[in-house]
Ligand binder design. Structure first.
Ligand code: ZN
Length: 98
C-alpha cells in the first residue's frame, strides 16, 4: 500500500499538490469526488474535460475564460460525470501544460 502511494506521488510530480492529495484521498476512500471538486472550486479551480479526446484538465479562472484542449483543440466543458480527478495537466493564463 505504501509503495503504491509513493509510486503515485512520483508519477504525479509536476501536477498540482492540491490535486494529487485529493486524488489519493479519493483512492483511499477518505473523500468523495464531489467533495474534492468542491475543494477545488473554493480554490478557483474547475475540472473541465475535452469533449473530443476526453482529456481532463484543472482549469484556473474557468468562469471568465474559455480554453481549447491543448492536446486536440477541442472544446473544454464540465464533464457530465466526474469519476476521477486524474488530469492531463493544469491550464492557466497563459495556457500551459504541466
Ligand atoms: Zn482534446
Amino acid at each position: 500500500m505504501m509503495e503504491e502511494i509513493v509510486r503515485n506521488q512520483t508519477r504525479l510530480v509536476g501536477r498540482g499538490v492540491r490535486f494529487h492529495l485529493g486524488e489519493l484521498l479519493i483512492r483511499r476512500g477518505l473523500l468523495t469526488v464531489a467533495q474534492a471538486l468542491e475543494i477545488l472550486a473554493e480554490q478557483g479551480i474547475t475540472l473541465l474535460a475535452c469533449s473530443r479526446c476526453q482529456s481532463q484538465y484543472n482549469v484556473f479562472g474557468a468562469r471568465d475564460a474559455s480554453f481549447p484542449c491543448p492536446a486536440c483543440e477541442g472544446p473544454l466543458a464540465p464533464p457530465p460525470q466526474v469519476t476521477t480527478l486524474e488530469v492531463r495537466g493544469t491550464l492557466n493564463k497563459p495556457l500551459t501544460l504541466d
